[in-house]
Write a protein that binds this ligand. Sequence first.
Ligand code: HEC
Length: 208
Amino acid sequence: MSSKPKKSNPSKKSSNDREPGVSKAPISVIFFVVTVLLAYWAMMELNTRAGGFNRYVYGPYESYKVVEAVQPGSGDDPIKLGADIYRNICSPCHQASGMGAPGQFPPLAGSDWVNVEGPNRMLRIVLNGLNGPIDVNGETWNAVMPGFGDVIASDEDLAAVISYVRNSWTNEASICTPEEAAAARADSGDRGRAWTATELLALPLEVQ
Ligand code: HEC
C-alpha cells in the first residue's frame, strides 16, 4: 500500500480559504422583496400626492385655486366644499391627483370632457353615470361609472364637486352654480340609466 502524501486539491478550497468578506449567498430574498415593495409604495405616493406635477400644487391642496379657497376669511367657498365631496366620492376611482388609473379610470385632470365651456355634460355624467366607449384626451376607455344623483342629493353639493373638478390640477373652467345643477337634475328626471358618450355629445355644453 503506497501512502501518498495528502495534497490538498487547489481547486477545492475549503470555506476557510475564501477571501475575507466575500459571501456566495445570493441577495437575501427579504431584502429584494422589501426593495420592490418600497419602490411600489413610492410610485403610489407620487401617483396620488404629486398633483399631476403641477408647480402650483403643494401639500394636500390639489391646485392654487384650492389654496386660495382655504385662506382665512374665504367663508364657505364652493371649491372647498367640492374638495371634500371629491375626496369622499370620486377619488377612490379618479384618484386625489385627478389622474385616474391606467386602463381602469380615465383622468379628470386635463380631460377634454371637463375643460369645456359649460358643466352640462359633466353634470349628467355625475347624476346618471357613464357607460361604454369614451375618448378622453385621445385615448379610448370602455368601462362603467355609476351615477351619483342619489348620493349627492343636494344641488349645492353637486355644483360644488363639479366646480372643484373644473378648477383643480391644470383644469380651468367656469364654476357650476346650484341653479345649473338643479336644472340638469330636473331635466334628467327619472332617466334611470347611464349615459353613453354619443348621447352626451348630442347635448349642449351649457345647461339650458
Ligand atoms: C366607481 C368608480 C368611479 C367613481 C366613484 C367616479 N367615477 Fe367618473 N368615471 C369612472 C369610469 C370608469 C369612467 C369612464 C366610463 C366609460 O368608460 O364609459 C368615468 C368617467 C368620468 C368622466 C368623463 C371622462 C373623463 O375622464 O373626463 C367624468 C367627467 C367623471 N367620470 C367625473 C366623475 C366625478 C366628478 C366623480 C365624483 C362625483 C366620479 N367621476 C366618480 C369611474 C368612476
